[in-house]
Design a protein around this ligand. Sequence first.
Ligand SMILES: Cc1cc2nc3c(=O)[nH]c(=O)nc-3n(C[C@H](O)[C@H](O)[C@H](O)COP(=O)(O)OP(=O)(O)OC[C@H]3O[C@@H](n4cnc5c(N)ncnc54)[C@H](O)[C@@H]3O)c2cc1C
Length: 497
Amino acid sequence: MRILNLDDFSRIINGDVLFDNWSRDIYSVDASNYIIKPELIMCPRDRYDVENLCKYCFDKNISLTPRGAGTGLLGQSLSNNIVVDFTKYMNKILEIDSDYTIVEPGVVKGVLDKELKKKGKFLPPDPASSNYCTVGGMIANNSSGAHSLGYGSTIDFLQEVGIVYYDGTFSQINEKSYAFDPLMIKLFKLLSPYLDIIQNQYPKVTKNSCGYRLDALFSKNKFSPQKIFASSEGTLGLVTSSKMKIMDIPLYRHLLLLSFNNIFSAILQLPLILKFSPTAVELLDHTVISNINKNSINDPLENFGCLLFVEFAEDKSGYIDKKVKLFKEKLIDKCNILESVSDEKSISQIWASRKGALNNVMKISDGSRKPIGLIEDTVVGNESLYDYVRFMIQSFADNDLEYVIYGHAGDGNLHVRPIIDTNSESQVKLMNSLAEQIFKKVIKLGGTITGEHGDGLARVNYIPLMYGDKLYSIFEQVKSLLDPTLILNPGKKIIKS
Ligand SMILES: Cc1cc2nc3c(=O)[nH]c(=O)nc-3n(C[C@H](O)[C@H](O)[C@H](O)COP(=O)(O)OP(=O)(O)OC[C@H]3O[C@@H](n4cnc5c(N)ncnc54)[C@H](O)[C@@H]3O)c2cc1C
């Protein structure tokens, strides 16, 4: 490990430089199982600090890993070199207009939500970690959440980014301004010959955070280069600001809580449920339900096999009432309707039990036996979900493994964690071979291995399996163009970096 010159860093940035053991320990973990201790941590005060830092690190060939709140689940923000923390100073909301907001990357999503709400607006992607995670982290992971079914993922809202490139050059990138950015023009030229493969070889699912999202750059007959930074995990540039599309908060919402005998009877009703265009359809299976804090919702839930949370949103009250009435008529003999509420207080209370799912899942941990997030957040089309879940549950049964399943059933995006003894070499081996087996099944069904949590360290090796050699070699060319000396978040997205 190189000896970093601390005096240099204190001179080139106005923000903080942390290198004490305590800070290095704090930044050595995120929400994954990895522990990697950084050499030092920088908290830039502004874009100019980030420019100076990148320029210095490029000259000295030192690597940099940007970091938001560290809630990434796959080790994305960990590094043994320099970690750049955007939360301390670069956390401001710069502008809120009628249909967009401009923010610094370190702003916490929950803080932004509160400010937008005062103006009757919202930024729809809603990770369950919203009270902690930052917009910068959401962009880099292409995060979403319960309402991506109705509104889309972070990538769909990204209109412009302020980026500091590997060598300290700054660029403001949107669908028009890229024409003045030599690197973005080179990117366009690099990708143009591959349009066919880019348009045809990505999975046709509603959400995807695997690899680089080149498909999103060419949708709707436009070139949208700012979207290359969504889902890039800080490997192509450091985001110093972003302009995000925002929407009007719908005037009326209605939330139904449905219970089914088991996960299969719930999945079988999904096609019917989706015909009603809900904004969210979320699932908790019995393994999660039995761990829910029973105070967060009125009724004890442990007797139910599987729950679906189905939300509708409209701006016309008569319309939503009619829709809910018809929905109930169609579903009444297929499940139990436990709750049907339209007031904000009840809606938030019921959603709280869904939002706390991962925290409850983590409480299942017993010493080295833990629910491990490698399979984590695959997506398959709804027509394949039943077959896929059968295959997966059978694989766990064949290997005597307990598991948890919950998540965004409406998008075919399930969070799946087998419970593994991390001290047992054979169980860890089994976990890896099961993941590969399940990923192969997902790919065969036309899905993606990650819908929102990203690749990080845990899944970078599966990216070539997901996309094939040709597309993966294009990813490598993109990385070489935007980070030729591989100093930006090495080991993420591109294996050899
Ligand atoms: C309890 C829990 C629930 C969760 N629920 C959801 C969910 O419902 N939906 C979902 O999508 N995710 C969820 N997540 C995962 C995680 O919270 C999200 O991916 C989140 O958006 C990460 O944000 P962060 O600020 O913590 O980013 P970090 O974890 O700090 O970083 C994530 C990535 O962003 C990069 N990055 C950060 N800032 C910048 C920047 N300025 N420029 C370039 N790159 C940058 C980092 O290098 C890293 O690669 C959950 C996590 C937990 C712990």
